[in-house]
Design a binder for this molecule. Structure first.
Ligand SMILES: Cc1cc2nc3c(=O)[nH]c(=O)nc-3n(C[C@H](O)[C@H](O)[C@H](O)COP(=O)(O)OP(=O)(O)OC[C@H]3O[C@@H](n4cnc5c(N)ncnc54)[C@H](O)[C@@H]3O)c2cc1C
Length: 416
């Protein structure tokens, strides 16, 4: 059986691994010269298994309205003539209810915890360096209200297997002494002990190389133009280098998945939400965090990737445009200057922007498609790194017609 994977980001490469393990002949197609060069290139590096609250929430809606038109707000919405955006925004607003937050949180949490389990089960195969650390994550709060809201969410999630510890300001500083510069802005924290961190790009590229040695074919510099179909099935994938044929196909093109699904006659509600990151070489170990930190007030995440500090965040409705905007980068540099001013040369941090493949309910789209031999593993939005292992395993189980670990109805393409 031959499987063709469309896309060589972290999702497509993990999918290739799981199908290769099942004995499939696997080929992966990507327009870039290597794997992981788009959304998976320089993300926040957090394996946030227990951070399950979807972005679509009543609180986000209120904040989103407050931030309208502010170029340096964590969420930047611009009024644009973009029907894909408006259709997505209307659907997103429909999910911003307390009931939907609970439904979404259960799905996201269970997907995250399953991912953690599967990563641990496959650690022997992932025996290459990808700056993988298991030190947990600390949320920091500036106000009591932020902490109360986070604790309420953590208590709700506990019934599904997540863990947490409420921290005083002193306990936050005990975990992360490098926060001392910022102590005056921290009223307390919350710890997710199960969370981890790792470099998504190193993982994606090292796994792709290992799979290549094991016989998986990667067709780089190859742009997919169309999914050819006949009688409810994919017949081939049209690219600028010719047609590719397999028995089954998996769509993992990140934010570009809806563009290609359209050529096969169906709509996927995925919008490209632009995010940014900066990466700083750490000069002074005592001035940098040891593990992941999420600043709830600034909406910025900090993670260790080896001897570097990765800082990521912000969401911008900019369509298919991944240009780096100075205001957004400055916002992250300034946040880092406030919190870890001595960690390294912040002025000369490397800068990056990319498009999160976001579904309106914050839950990925996994499993069957309307075409018999096309499967979907896409739409992971803010948590693709966290969910890559469970997503690939679930999609593999669907392909192999096995019982799945989670209810696949939750992730169906036409649930919206
Ligand atoms: C700023 C930021 C911070 C983030 N932080 C975190 C985090 O801390 N933790 C976490 O869990 N997640 C995080 N994420 C989310 C995570 O990075 C994404 O969900 C994940 O990278 C998506 O992977 P993907 O493989 O679906 O997409 P991509 O990595 O974009 O892969 C899609 C691939 O498809 C290829 N492609 C597209 N169109 C075509 C075509 N026509 N022909 C051929 N190839 C094509 C592209 O070249 C690309 O390689 C973050 C995202 C951003 C933007």
């Amino acid at each position: 059986m031959k499987a063709i994977i469309l896309g060589s980001g972290l999702i497509g490469v993990t999918q290739a691994y799981f199908l290769h393990k099942e004995g499939f002949e696997v080929e992966v197609i990507d327009r870039q010269p290597e794997s992981g060069l788009e959304c998976s290139y320089s993300n926040g590096a957090q394996l946030s298994y227990c951070h399950a609250e979807p972005w679509s929430s009543p609180a986000s809606l209120i904040k989103g309205i407050k931030w309208l038109g502010k170029e340096d707000a964590p969420l930047l919405f611009r009024f644009r003539n973009d029907p894909q955006m408006w259709r997505w925004v209307l659907s997103f607003v429909g999910y911003c209810t307390s009931k939907q937050v609970k439904i979404g949180s259960e799905k996201i949490l269970k997907l995250g915890l399953l991912s953690r389990k599967i990563l641990h089960e496959n650690e022997d195969y992932f025996n290459f360096d990808f700056s993988y650390t298991k030190g947990g994550k600390t949320f920091i709060f500036k106000t009591k209200e932020e902490q109360v809201a986070a604790v309420k969410q953590a208590r709700f999630q506990e019934q599904f297997g997540s863990e947490y510890k409420i921290l005083s300001q002193k306990e936050v500083l005990d975990y992360e002494p490098a926060l001392f510069h910022h102590a005056g802005n921290i009223m307390g924290g919350l710890r997710d002990p199960l969370d981890e961190a790792a470099d998504a790009l190193k993982y994606t590229q090292a796994l792709a190389k290992k799979l290549q040695k094991a016989g998986v074919k990667f067709h780089y510099n190859t742009t997919i133009e169309k999914i050819n179909i006949d009688a409810g099935k994919v017949t081939s994938i049209k690219t600028d280098k010719g047609d590719f044929k397999g028995n089954i196909y998996v769509l993992s093109l990140g934010a570009y998945s809806p563009i290609l699904s359209k050529t096969a006659g169906f709509y996927l509600p995925i919008y490209p939400l632009k995010g940014y990151s900066i990466t700083i070489d750490i000069n002074d170990e005592n001035s940098a965090p040891k593990n992941s930190i999420t600043d709830a007030y600034e909406k910025v995440v900090y993670s260790r990737v080896g001897n570097q500090l990765r800082v990521a965040g912000t969401a911008e409705f900019a369509g298919y445009n991944n240009e780096i905007t100075k205001t957004r980068i400055d916002m992250m540099k300034n946040a880092t200057r406030r919190i870890f001013p001595m960690c390294g040369d912040i002025d000369n941090a490397s800068e990056w922007a990319c498009l999160r493949p976001s579904a309106p309910d914050g839950v990925p789209i996994l499993g069957n498609s309307p075409l018999k031999n096309l499967y979907l593993n896409t739409g992971h939005g803010t948590l693709g790194w966290t969910q890559t292992f469970s997503s690939a395993k679930l999609v593999t189980d669907v392909i192999q017609k096995r019982k799945t670990d989670l209810n696949l109805e939750w992730f169906k393409w036409d649930r919206f």
